[in-house]
Design a protein around this ligand. Structure first.
Ligand code: NAD
Length: 456
């Protein structure tokens, strides 16, 4: 909720106000971008110094976990355990980028009469625009490599998580030189002004595919390069020779992590028709270990959805699926008496690819299971679909590798799902976006190339 000058953060479990954040005026936005631009001249010069400060950021974040967690949980809705885990992995991402090595200069092929060198240089001010589902990690996954590469950063968090992101940025600002990291608050209009600003030399965006399209258009006038980490609708394909119970148990935990609001959550399973009962029984049994409730209450594993629109969207998909003949195996209720945006983990079967709960990115705690008889049909369906973020294949490694080879996605996991590591490149293909975060590829995404060629 917001008026034109203030963003109001609401606890999605209790619907109580958590706090307010002033919207950044366009004049102030220009001032902050200018500060980041001015800081760039010095920040870019000394890589060892930069990486030392990134290590300090890692340490500071780790130290402040107990201080950040309550606010994070109240404003976002996630459990205390997940909020702490997210800050921990963010600190790890800083540490990884503090250690990372890459070539600032690479050798050019020899030619008669000249010598040349190929330099890999920072771009300048980077805009980091992030969504509400993992507002801390998705931010650090951008700014740690961007800063390591020698850029400065202006951050714009999703409106509804301004307090927690503001707090994290404050911690980083107290560790880094002035202007190296700046923050602006507000809705799409503030995001747009940031993207279109002439001083911004790169936009790194994580969010929905729809907004990703707009950002690409907005960046066109200034020919600003963009990295887009967009939506996903990850399938889990269970093969005949899979450990059915094992796969179902792991997928249940993954599907409802962060209340299903995760770009790379498994969002549907394709299961051999004769193994559906076995799969659903094991999946439903694993759901017993996922109590719903207030994120800060001990024992809670699943919190509310983050906002009303998201709850209504997911509930609508579930209702339509049931009207269309789907069976709810388990769940479907709210799971708590709290007044917030709750929908308990829900397993549905007897759906096919035409049901919206399967074909759209539901981004919530409803998991559909689709029966198949020929895996070629599953692969043909995936080929037609717009997203290509992640996928998992479950079975003997030999068979799973053959199926994985046929899937267009940024990550394909075998006998696991959502196995993200800061050391590995991550990103999407098709409508899930382009560009990579993580590993050395993450830093390369924030570097430009310059050739210096000398005639002798
Ligand atoms: P969103 O696209 O609505 O918003 C993301 C950010 O963009 C917010 O900060 C928002 O204020 C800003 N924004 C909106 N319009 C803008 C504009 N015109 N110009 C500049 N900025 C603008 O996303 P959301 O609802 O916050 O997050 C959910 C979506 O994010 C899901 O689709 C999910 O799959 C996706 N996501 C993707 C990844 C990934 O790594 N691929 C990770 C997490 C979430």
């Amino acid at each position: 909720m917001s008026d034109t000058t203030e963003l109001v953060s609401i606890d999605p479990a209790t619907l109580q106000e958590v706090g307010r954040t002033p919207v950044t005026t366009l004049t102030e936005l220009g001032t902050r971008i200018e500060r980041a631009h001015n800081a760039f001249a010095t920040w870019r010069t000394d890589r060892a110094h930069r990486q030392g400060l990134l290590a300090a950021c890692s340490y500071e974040l780790m130290r402040k976990i107990p201080e950040i967690v309550p606010l994070f949980s109240m404003e976002q809705g996630k459990t205390a355990e997940d909020a702490g885990g997210e800050i921990w992995i963010s600190a790890k991402c800083f540490a990884h980028n503090a250690r990372l090595d890459w070539d600032d200069v690479t050798e050019a092929p020899e030619a008669a009469g000249r010598t040349a060198r190929i330099e890999h240089r920072p771009l300048g001010v980077v805009a980091a625009i992030v969504p509400w589902n993992f507002p801390v990690f998705l931010l650090i996954a951008k700014i740690a490599p961007a800063l390591a590469a020698g850029n400065t950063v202006v951050v714009k968090p999703a409106e509804s998580v301004s307090l927690v992101v503001g707090k994290v940025v404050e911690i980083l600002q107290s560790t880094l030189p002035p202007g190296v990291i700046e923050i602006v608050h507000g809705g799409p209009e503030v995001g747009r002004a940031l993207v279109e600003h002439r001083r911004v030399r790169k936009v790194s965006f994580t969010g929905s595919t729809g907004v990703g399209r707009q950002i690409m258009r907005q960046a066109a006038d200034t020919i600003t390069p963009v990295t887009l980490e967009l939506g996903g609708n990850d399938p889990a394909i269970i093969l005949d020779d899979a450990d059915i119970e094992g796969a179902a148990t792991i997928l249940a935990k993954n599907a409802f992590f962060n209340t299903g609001q995760m770009c790379v959550a498994p969002k549907r399973a394709y299961v051999p028709a004769d193994k559906i009962d076995q799969f659903c029984d094991a999946f439903a049994a694993a759901m017993d270990a996922l109590p719903v409730g207030y994120g800060l209450a001990p024992g809670t594993k699943v919190g509310p959805l983050h906002n009303k629109a998201q709850l209504e969207f997911v509930q609508g998909l579930l209702d339509k699926a049931v009207t269309g003949g789907a069976t709810v195996v388990k769940g479907g209720g709210r799971g708590t008496d709290l007044p917030g945006y709750f929908l308990e983990p829900t397993l549905v079967r007897d759906v096919d690819d035409t049901a919206e709960i399967v074909s759209l990115e539901q981004f919530g705690p409803v998991f559909p299971v689709v029966a198949y008889t020929d895996v070629e049909d599953v692969l043909a369906t995936l080929d037609e679909q717009e997203f290509g973020l992640g996928a998992s294949v479950w079975g003997s490694i030999e068979n799973a590798e053959k199926v994985a080879d046929r899937i267009d996605a940024g990550s394909v996991w075998i006998n696991q799902h959502n196995a993200l590591e800061v050391e590995l490149p991550f990103g999407g293909t098709k409508s899930s976006g382009f560009g990579r975060e993580g590993g050395t590829a993450g830093v390369e995404d924030f570097l430009d190339t310059r050739v210096i060629s000398i005639k002798h």
